[in-house]
Design a protein around this ligand. Sequence first.
Ligand SMILES: [Zn+2]
Length: 137
Amino acid sequence: MFSVARDFSFSYGHRLYRYDGKCRRLHGHNAKARVEIVVDSLNEQGMALDFVDLKAIVGTWIDETLDHRLFLAKDDPLAEILTAAGEPVLLFDENPTAERLAKAIYEYVEAQGFVVAKVEFWETENCRATYFRAANE
Ligand SMILES: [Zn+2]
């Protein structure tokens, strides 16, 4: 088995609705997501996959869907106001934490046909959440 990983950086805004800390206020992050892909054999070029392809598929989606967007919980009252104002708000079923962003990226990459080992998501330089699945999931 082989695994390869690529990092993707993007900026986003969010707040944690009903959270009793400073993250209840609207704020932004410069995030980094590391997507690790697993393959069981190499292609004829000796690669698990071409990083160019990973960038084209995942990087394009991140640029077009996540970068410079605002993430809110769907029951956050700001969601309706900002959507009405024309802001492209991305709604989550629950608060858009680093853990849930890692999971959302994992699920997107998996849906593109990749076997994903894990997605690590740095909300800040020092704070990281990881989403992966146990072998029996
Ligand atoms: Zn935050």
